[in-house]
Write a protein that binds this ligand. Sequence first.
Ligand SMILES: Nc1ncnc2c1ncn2[C@@H]1O[C@H](COP(=O)(O)OP(=O)(O)OP(=O)(O)O)[C@@H](O)[C@H]1O
Ligand SMILES: [Mg+2]
Length: 270
Amino acid sequence: MPIFIPHPIASTTCTFLLNQHHLHIFARTEPPALLCLTSTTCKFTLRGTTSVLGSAAEGHVMSSLEKVLETHSKVVEDGHVQTGELKYRSYAVSTLRGGVGKSTIAFNFAYELSIQRPLLLADMCAQCNLTENLMRDQDPEITVLDTLQPILLGPAFGSIPHDASYRVSKYCDPFKMTKPSYLMPGNAELFAFPSMLYQQLQTAHSQGNKKAVKALLESLRTILDKEAKDKHSEGILMDTSPFYAGGTHIAWAAADAIIIPVRVDEHSID
Ligand SMILES: Nc1ncnc2c1ncn2[C@@H]1O[C@H](COP(=O)(O)OP(=O)(O)OP(=O)(O)O)[C@@H](O)[C@H]1O
Ligand SMILES: [Mg+2]
C-alpha cells in the first residue's frame, strides 16, 4: 500500500501523515495517487491518475486531494496534529530514488509517532543514516544483520540475539520525552545482503520448497513481530536503501504500508 509524499517538505509531512484520512485515501487508489503541494502538480498528477482510473474516479480523487491539501495547510499554518490510532501497524519509508529525504522522514516520523505510542524502528539501509541520527556516534554491537543471518543462513552463522534492539532515549535526547521506542540498528555489511537472500531463495525455489521461500521472504516480518512483542511496541517503522541493496526487498515484504517520498519535479514524477 504505497503512500506518496512530496519532498522537500519532509519535516512537515511527518506530522501530516498522522492524518488517518490521508492514509486511507491512498490505500484505496489504484494506481496510488501522488500527493503534491502545488496545484499545478496536483492537476498534472490527477490527469495521470484519472487516465487510468477513468473519469468516474476523477471526482473522488479530486475531493480526496482537496482534503489532503486542506489538512496540509492546517499543519503548515496552524501546527495542526491529528491524533488517533495508526491505520497500519508497520511502515517502510522506501523509494529507489536516492537523497529524497527517506531517512529524514523516518527520523521525524519516528519522533512524532513515538509521542503517542511505543515504536520499534529498524534501519534496513547499509548507509545507516537513521542509526547515526538516533544513536549518534555509538557503534552498536548487535545490528539487524545479526538477527537476519542465523535465520537465513542457519545457526553456523550465529544465534539469534535475545535482545536485538536499543532503547532510543539512551542516545537521542528528544526521545526522552516520548513513549519508549527501540531501534534495530543498521549495518554497513547490509550492502551484500541481497546476494545472500537471493542465493537462499534460489536454492529454496529450485527445490520447489514454497514453505522455505515464504519463510525467507517473511524473515524480517517474523523478527520484527517478535522484537515488537518483547519490547511492547505498538508500531513498526523501517528506513530503507535507495537501491535493492540492504534489506529493501524484505522491508517491502514486512511492511503493511510503504511511504514513498517523491521530489516535485517532472522527471521524478515521470
Ligand atoms: N524537508 C527537507 N528540506 C530540506 N532538506 C532536506 C529535507 N529533508 C531532507 N533534507 C536533506 O536532504 C538530504 C538527503 O536527505 P536524506 O538522507 O534523508 O535522504 P535519503 O532519501 O534517506 O537519502 P539516501 O537515498 O541516500 O538514503 C540531507 O542532507 C537532508 O538533510
Ligand atoms: Mg537514507
